[in-house]
Design a protein around this ligand. Structure first.
Ligand SMILES: Cc1cc2nc3c(=O)[nH]c(=O)nc-3n(C[C@H](O)[C@H](O)[C@H](O)COP(=O)(O)OP(=O)(O)OC[C@H]3O[C@@H](n4cnc5c(N)ncnc54)[C@H](O)[C@@H]3O)c2cc1C
Length: 434
């Protein structure tokens, strides 16, 4: 740890793809003193749900740096060349690589990017009157600016809390320990990408397949991720800027309307699950390999002699009960102020809602030159692209420019097919009705 008297320009909390991207953009810049700390011993990317066959949902060129600086040494292409796999990657014809490969790439970058420290957990952050003090389990660090990249917190339904974690757990813990679910009855809660990945995984091999799978979702169907061309423009810097400029209630409405461009299931995966069910049921004669219960909300879990009794309310209003042994909650992640910033909440003008500026720094009542940047904590302010990898490099570049105080990276908006704002098109002077 640095000497207590030393004050760094930046401390990054958490090293997931978000802060790794920022660290890669600041790599080699001797004018900025910095350190990024991560509680895990080495880089890992959602290891608890790294099921075989899991695919990325974005193009591999939307990596840590390429969209803002293709000459940076930590591009996905540089990794593929160094790993001597570029030619073969091209032969696969893939534009979206397996998630395992994206993790390998990030690990490769994490081994090379400077100023990263693993195995250091941040406990909380305070402002001591002239700098931030980042308290860790290995001493404290003073910094003029901080950036959180601590990710999101797994969300469990209320009724799933307080049970035996061997029996009721979140998808993010699925592979944390070896689990033999064959000969068990399993309920998967949630009809998004993670739920579909788990169901696909469970159905994937005879040896792994549970005796019963109940797959429930409160959504009226299993809806696809909408990544059609015009919708994809929600993942452009232009749109992010436009979104940020809208009033809060309109942003909330847009986030709701655009949910399926972020929270749906990739069509390839839906098709793979459907085909697997077809083959099992109609070719191999397996009776009901999976009970797909859309429009059903899980209301309760009771332990009884037969295992776990789940109670669901159907859209029609009727109650449905299913007996299972294990419940896997694919119920997404909670958003909000990063936990390490709880101690700073009283310094935020809107403590409940918290405001995020255009440079991804929080509105707070301290000196304007000392900033608290947040990565992946501002979907409410920047829209569905915020938790996604599409604008990862762009957001890091915006933060880097703000930190450096000059335009190191070109973060200007690129052109889009959709005109999100017509504000510049004023009625010409003298036009009829002017
Ligand atoms: C299973 C899954 C698959 C996804 N796939 C895609 C995809 O294909 N395409 C896409 O665009 N988006 C995807 N996403 C969404 C998003 O891109 C990822 O969640 C991405 O990992 C976000 O990066 P992050 O750095 O913000 O957070 P994370 O990857 O969650 O990293 C946060 C890091 O902070 C560390 N940390 C937390 N608290 C502390 C602390 N107090 N002290 C020190 N370290 C701490 C954690 O250990 C962790 O390593 C996926 C999300 C999930 C859950």
């Amino acid at each position: 740890m640095n000497a207590p008297s030393e004050t760094l320009d930046l401390v990054g909390v958490g090293i997931g793809p978000a802060n790794l991207s920022l660290a890669a953009l600041l790599h080699g810049n001797d004018r900025v003193t910095k350190t990024f700390v991560e509680r895990r011993k080495a880089f890992e990317w959602h290891a608890g749900i790294m099921v075989p066959d899991a695919q990325m949902q974005v193009h591999f060129l939307k990596d840590l740096v390429t969209p803002v600086d293709p000459t940076n040494p930590f591009t996905f292409l540089a990794f593929a060349v160094e790993a001597r796999r570029l030619y073969r990657l091209l032969i696969t014809g893939r534009s979206r690589v397996p998630r395992k490969e994206f993790e390998q790439y990030c690990r490769w970058a994490a081994d090379r990017v400077e100023d990263l420290r693993f195995g250091v957990a941040v406990e909380h952050v305070e402002w001591d009157g002239s700098a931030f003090v980042v308290y860790t389990d290995d001493g404290s660090i003073r910094a003029r600016n901080i950036v959180t990249g601590t990710g999101l917190v797994p969300r469990m339904p209320e009724c799933a809390k307080g049970h035996d974690p061997e029996q009721v757990f979140h998808t993010s813990q699925m592979l944390d320990i070896p689990r033999d679910l064959s000969r068990r009855r399993v309920a998967v809660i949630g009809g998004g990408q993670s739920g579909a990945e788990i169901v696909h995984y469970l159905l994937g091999s005879e040896a792994r397949r549970p005796t019963r799978i109940v797959w429930g979702s409160r959504r009226p169907n299993l809806f696809p991720l909408d990544n059609s061309p015009f919708v994809e423009e929600h993942f452009l810097p232009n749109y992010s800027r436009h979104f940020h400029a809208q009033p809060a209630d309109r942003r909330d409405l847009l986030n709701e309307q655009q949910r399926m461009s972020s929270d749906g299931v990739s069509v390839e995966l839906l098709r793979a699950v459907y085909r697997r069910l077809y083959d099992l049921e109609l070719l191999e004669g397996v009776e009901r390999p999976c009970e797909v219960m859309v429009d059903h909300q899980l209301l309760g879990i009771e332990r009884d002699r037969g295992g776990l009794l789940t109670t669901w309310r159907a859209g029609s209003g009727e109650s449905v009960h299913k007996q299972v042994d294990v419940i896997i909650c694919a119920t997404g992640y909670r958003r909000g102020l990063p936990a390490v910033l709880e101690g700073m909440r009283h310094r935020l003008p809107q403590p409940d809602e918290f405001g995020v500026r255009a440079d991804f720094s929080l509105d707070w009542d301290g000196p304007p030159d000392n900033r608290i940047y947040v990565q992946n904590a501002a979907r409410r302010h920047f829209g569905v692209a915020d938790p996604n990898l599409s604008l990862l490099a762009w957001r890091s570049a915006v933060i880097a420019n703000s930190l450096l105080g000059h335009r190191r990276y070109d973060t200007d908006v690129v052109s889009g097919a959709v005109a999100w704002s017509f504000a510049e098109e004023r009625r010409p002077a003298g036009a009829a009705g002017a």
